[in-house]
Ligand binder design. Sequence first.
Ligand SMILES: C[S@@+](CC[C@H](N)C(=O)[O-])C[C@H]1O[C@@H](n2cnc3c(N)ncnc32)[C@H](O)[C@@H]1O
Length: 253
Amino acid sequence: MDLFEEYRQQQTWRDWPQYLQHIPFKSSDVVVDLGCSVGGVSSLFASRVKQVVGVDLNRSFIDFCQQHQSANQTFIHCDFDNIDYQSLAEINGVWASFSLSYLPVPLDYLTKLHSIIQPGGWIALLDVACFISANLSLDSVYYDKVRQFELLSAQSGCYDFNFGDKMQLMLQQVGFEISYVDNDVTDLELNFSGAARADVVQGWSARLERMQKLRELLGGDYSCFCAEFLANLQSPQHQQRGCVKYVVAKKAQ
Ligand SMILES: C[S@@+](CC[C@H](N)C(=O)[O-])C[C@H]1O[C@@H](n2cnc3c(N)ncnc32)[C@H](O)[C@@H]1O
């Protein structure tokens, strides 16, 4: 399974309409989807607001989105840091699902977003919190190492596996008012109780295949770790442990 297929598959596991119902968007809004990937959320917004701008670093994702875009959608192939916000229409809302966790200094970026969002506008962030370790059995011999790996990854500025735990405070720090929080969102793939579906296990297997840094850390133990991790996902005893968080916030009028 390539990355495109993985991301397309993931769209089917997310309950996007459930998230959208907590956002105070208006039909006149211009919305930016940061890290739009294959455009699932951008399409949902397109049928609800005036204009949607999807941004992603991955050329093939943007090509795909552009081939399928509706009249009120624009897709930009760009790094978040290089978006020319001045050239866009006045922005009322920003959606970022599982994407700001890639930023080395998300607080600075949220400060920028606060400055470009129109008064009365909104931001909605959905992201993970320890989503590898929290899907591993607490009894696992790998548990401490994986937790350590997640913490070090954030410190190195590579990827923050725990961004979900930080985003509410960061939004408040940069001046947004929090309007909705769910610290334990159920997600078919990332945060669930009971045995995972076969297609979800396949998706996780593909993700583990491309986790090069974790593979390097665990060395010769990596295949045993993967087998144990996938077995835990398929166990009826598997427990939802708060790995997905969702925050909606507003900019004052
Ligand atoms: C885990 S995916 C999430 C995709 C989608 N938002 C979703 O929830 O299904 C993260 C996306 O963010 C994009 N991305 C990561 N870092 C980026 C950056 N610095 N600039 C632009 N896009 C980035 C990736 O290419 C990828 O498509």
